[in-house]
Design a protein. Structure first.
Length: 191
């Protein structure tokens, strides 16, 4: 790993999104570790109609404008949290949505957090991943370098291990090919 393993996050979100695949999210809750591998991402930028930052910096989206390496958490459909890794140069509203993760450690706790869901249903979607890892609005603006939720960047995957396609679950800019996932991973939300 380079001297600053987070330096890559300052690149545009569409460059960062595939590089986050394979990285680990390590969540500590009541002294217990929950570890998951990022297996699906989507990039969003302030020039993108589908991005929360499209209309500019607001109280809700301020964290998206940097610096990179912080967590942007939002509440959607009146019931779910979704989380994003802030990317891009400071001052630009960019982030990468964590669409799905593969649970590696702390499965019992994740199943409790998901009210008994198991298998791929545990974390194969952005809201499911947040619920399993106990990520909510309290972590909005959290520095992913330290504390109760840490991003552990891994060596980027080879291009042939990654599928690039259009984003899903949005109504604007659906044709933008900024969704990335690990080929063949069963935790991907929709291959």
């Amino acid at each position: 790993m380079p001297a600053d393993p987070f330096a890559f996050l300052s690149q545009p979100s569409e460059t960062v999104a595939p590089q986050l695949l394979g990285s680990l999210l390590v969540r500590t809750v009541n002294g217990r570790k929950l570890i998951a591998r990022i297996v699906e991402t989507e990039a969003y930028s302030q020039d993108d109609l589908a991005s929360h930052s499209y209309r500019g910096k607001t109280e809700r989206t301020a964290v998206m404008f940097g610096p990179a390496g912080f967590l942007y958490v939002y509440f959607t459909y009146g019931m779910h949290y979704c989380c994003n890794v802030v990317a891009g140069p400071e001052g630009r509203g960019e982030a990468v949505l964590i669409r799905a993760v593969e649970p590696l450690e702390g499965l019992d706790d994740m199943e409790v957090n998901r009210r008994g869901r198991t298998g791929i249903e545990l974390t194969n979607g952005p809201a499911k991943a947040c619920q399993a890892l106990a990520i909510d609005k309290a972590l909005n603006g959290h520095d992913l370098r330290a504390g109760e939720l840490v991003l552990e960047p891994q060596k980027p995957l080879k291009t042939d291990q990654i599928v690039q396609t259009t984003r899903i679950g949005i109504s604007q800019a659906q044709d933008t090919p900024w969704r990335f996932y690990i080929r063949g991973n069963r935790y991907v939300s929709r291959p």
